[in-house]
Design a protein around this ligand. Structure first.
Ligand code: HEC
Ligand code: HEC
Length: 351
């Protein structure tokens, strides 16, 4: 493994000598508070002040980052801010303002490995206000479209290929992302347009219980057929047991399973251990996610349905409407952090 990583690092970077930075214009623009935000969220790719993380020494991750830095600096280098002049600053600021508002910068794939670059709403507002002030230095008539759209699209494609390579290499080499990586930590992972991706590895989280609503006891058609296997990560379970509240970023999975085929009309079967119910095929997945700000409208939790059917489930899920899911949880479980803790012996009575 070390040999592989070593070999990869030895390959020449396709992006040239990005790490050798020409001197000049070190200071970031703006007042001190703003500079701190730029430094944390933008400077690694858009200034000469790049801090190269550990994975930047392993190809092709290194190429990926070098490309980001080389492209990022080409488009916008805060260390050279004065050189752009009022017109350039104004143009760049207009683009930056909309990029930050849209959540396009810093890029999502970067945030997974650099949670320190994540911006709070207040910090976004602060940046946007500053960019808007810079942008308004010059009357709108003098601003021109920089026409870099096509080039950017190609860059995106190149980077996607490299990112794929990085993920493949990470799998081969057995690289583990730091604990802060959203995926590794089991936290929610979203697509660019805000849909939830299915949690991975949840069947090895803590299994906290299995409420059962058999079709046979629900007029042949249960809303959630039939066993509900519920999983939560160990650290979130532990936090709830201590505080009666789940931490931000908690994901709870309810995976549905049909009954094991029975010989009685209610779905039960005669077995060596007696007449009863057993679990059959996987039949769907519902997920709740705690993010107080993102889901302020539904009491801090978002609800997602990946289908109620056999495998494979949906590849992504849209946020469910309040009426479809949250309303019932609000009505019945608002006092226990939106979770029906009565059904789970390890959570019951811990709030
Ligand atoms: C991981 C590196 C990275 C980080 C961090 C990053 N960017 Fe970028 N940025 C890029 C790359 C690469 C491009 C050029 C290609 C593209 O648009 O994806 C770019 C393009 C831009 C552009 C477009 C410039 C133009 O002329 O079209 C703006 C504006 C921008 N970034 C602002 C920001 C701001 C503001 C931040 C911090 C809040 C930030 N970026 C953080 C890599 C980064
Ligand atoms: C009519 C009420 C109701 C509706 C609507 C509802 N739930 Fe639930 N949900 C429950 C109850 C009761 C439980 C616990 C017992 C069970 O699973 O049978 C539960 C359990 C859960 C759990 C396991 C964690 C917990 O809170 O106990 C998840 C995850 C979940 N629901 C997600 C959803 C999603 C996603 C939707 C919408 C697609 C949804 N629920 C709609 C009543 C509801």
């Amino acid at each position: 493994m070390a040999a592989l990583a070593g070999l990869a690092s030895w390959l020449p970077s396709p992006f040239g000598e990005v790490r050798q930075v020409q001197a000049g214009g070190k200071r970031l623009p703006g007042e001190p508070a703003l500079r701190l935000v730029l430094e944390r969220a933008c400077a690694n790719c858009h200034s000469n002040e790049t801090t190269w993380p550990w994975y930047s020494h392993v190809a092709p991750a290194s190429w990926l980052l070098e490309q980001d830095v080389s492209e990022g600096r080409k488009f916008l280098n805060f260390s050279r801010w004065p050189d752009y002049g009022p017109e350039g600053q104004s143009q760049l600021s207009a683009v930056a303002s909309s990029q930050v508002q849209a959540g396009a910068m810093p890029p999502t794939r970067y945030l997974a490995l650099h949670p320190e670059a994540r911006l709070s709403q207040a910090e976004k507002d602060q940046l946007v206000a500053w960019f808007n002030r810079q942008s308004n230095q010059v009357p709108p008539a003098r601003k021109r479209n920089s026409g870099k759209g096509i080039q950017r699209k190609e860059n995106h494609m190149k980077r996607s290929v490299l990112f794929g390579l990085f993920i493949a290499a990470a799998a081969v080499i057995g690289l583990r992302f730091t604990q802060t990586s959203a995926q590794a930590a089991g936290g929610p992972v979203y697509t660019a347009d805000g849909q939830l991706k299915p949690p991975t590895g949840y069947r090895k989280w803590v299994f906290i219980g299995a409420p059962l609503t058999p079709n046979g006891l629900n007029g042949g058609k249960a809303g959630f057929p039939e066993f509900h296997n519920v999983y939560v990560e160990d650290k979130n379970l532990t936090a709830y047991q201590k505080t009666g509240e789940f931490p931000e970023g908690t994901v709870i999975v309810k995976e549905l399973l049909l009954l094991r085929k029975g010989n009685h009309p209610d779905g039960s079967a005669d077995t060596a251990s007696g007449r009863g119910f057993g679990e059959g095929e996987f039949n769907g997945m519902d997920v709740t996610v705690k993010e107080s700000q993102r889901y302020a409208n539904t009491n801090k939790w978002g609800f997602y349905n990946f289908g109620h059917h056999a495998l494979p489930y949906e590849a992504t899920a849209k946020l469910a409407s309040k009426q479809e899911c949250a309303a019932c949880h609000i009505a019945g479980a608002a006092k226990t952090d939106m979770t029906w803790v009565d059904f789970y012996p390890v959570l019951r009575g811990k709030n």
